[in-house]
Design a protein around this ligand. Structure first.
Ligand code: FMN
Length: 226
């Protein structure tokens, strides 16, 4: 499923810096965008449940995201268990999964916490994405993590563990804002509408920050001349 973020255009506060290739002023600090927006964002829902609150959260985030982010869900439920015996010849489901990740500029992880860690299905998917050695498709993707639980911890421990995995896989991560969502019944309607204004503002800000982070990761700032 591909979805274009729907809260109006969001260009971030760039203070007049020209972000397009070849347009920088000679002698001034210029930035060169390898890729201009819109940016492609693959997102993962760490739950396989048909009634997942994290899927509801993902739906809300897509609605609140800047228009210049284009989303594709990368599903994890159809993957077999990772086994390194397949490293020489991945099964079709794993090949398609890796190709879907490779086609993105950024990755968003929306995950529950299972037993103070990330769910096995999500870890399995990441293991496929990281292998065989030297063919890790998560490396250098701009990433963000967020999650929801019914309780007040809001997936904080799972997210820390996921961050550790993403660090090892050399994925730049948005450090702030962090987002640990306690999702009480009714907070997000079936269509993804957030019923609490403060939560809605927070989630909109989270996605705005992610847009800015992606842009920074994709932007080359040349060293000043000596
Ligand atoms: C196997 C399992 C382990 C869980 N462990 C935790 C946990 O460590 N921390 C927590 O806050 N909730 C835990 N929960 C409760 C989940 O937060 C809750 O089921 C939540 O709805 C899962 O997200 P989902 O609705 O997106 O599937 C656990 C649930 C399951 C099924």
């Amino acid at each position: 499923m591909t979805y274009i973020g729907g809260s109006g255009r969001f260009r971030g506060a760039r203070g007049g810096l020209d972000t397009r290739a070849g347009r920088g002023q000679a002698g001034s600090m210029a930035t060169i965008n390898e890729l201009a927006p819109p940016y492609r964002v693959g997102y993962f829902v760490g739950s396989l449940s048909a009634t997942s609150i994290n899927r509801s959260l993902a739906t809300a985030l897509l609605r609140l995201a800047p228009q210049d982010l284009v989303f594709t869900e990368i599903r994890i439920g159809g993957l077999p268990l990772y086994n390194r015996d397949f490293d020489g010849d991945f099964p079709p489901a794993a090949r398609e999964f890796k190709a879907a990740i490779a086609a993105q500029e950024a990755l968003l992880f929306v995950t529950p916490e299972y037993n103070r860690s990330l769910p096995g299905a999500l870890k399995n998917a990441i293991d496929w994405a990281s292998r065989p050695a030297g063919e890790n498709v998560i490396a250098r993707k701009a990433t963000a993590v967020i999650g929801a639980s019914p309780g007040p911890i809001g997936t904080a421990v799972a997210q820390q563990q996921l961050r550790s995995v993403l660090s090892f896989l050399q994925a730049p991560q948005m450090n702030a804002p962090e987002a640990y969502i306690q999702l009480r019944p009714g907070l997000i309607a079936e269509d993804g509408t957030v019923t609490d204004e403060r939560t809605e503002d927070f989630l909109r800000g989270f996605m705005g920050s992610f847009f800015e982070f992606i842009e920074r990761v994709l932007t080359v700032v040349p060293k000043p001349r000596p």
